[in-house]
Write a protein that binds this ligand. Sequence first.
Ligand SMILES: [Zn+2]
Length: 208
Amino acid sequence: MHTSSYDILVNKEYPLNCTYTPCDLVFLKIPFAPSYEKPVSGDVKESLLSGQLGKYFLRRKAAEAVYHLFQRALEQDIDLYGVSGYRSYERQEQIFKESLKKNGLAYTNQFIALPGCSEHQTGLALDVSAACVGYELEQSFSHTKEAHWLFQYAPLYGFILRYPKNKEAITGIAYEPWHIRYVTKPLAFYLTKTKMTLEEYHKLSFSP
Ligand SMILES: [Zn+2]
């Protein structure tokens, strides 16, 4: 499996190399949750990708799919916001270290991915939220009408809910109703229909 494959599996067992940066990151044309940082335009992106502004980027195909997904939402009066897209290895390292200092080892190990182990480094994952939960990434998002809409429509645009409920033992990650992952439309259909995680899919397709 090539690192740039749309079905790439990234987790604690299969981390990404610290040098991996997707070559086709583009600026996301979707509304973002209000934040202290200023969004940037596409031309100055190179120097910004390794820092916290990288979150406004995704790989081209994922970015296009998200754009169409959010357009469809708007047509149906569903107000979705992007919170975090691409995250570089360096940025994840920084987040991990900051959390260590602030929250200690036990908390950090449980809630913050080690550098290389975050799916956001693929440029194929996006955290999504809604105004009614204060744009927070929390499980209460799953009870909103925005989340219900998202669960239904995301697969039609090539996204899966990557960390579902009751699959924590398989993904190694708690239920994250806000985290969607681009895998292409056929695979998103398949995984959603069979209720299979990416971990289960890879075991199935790559075991002898
Ligand atoms: Zn996420």
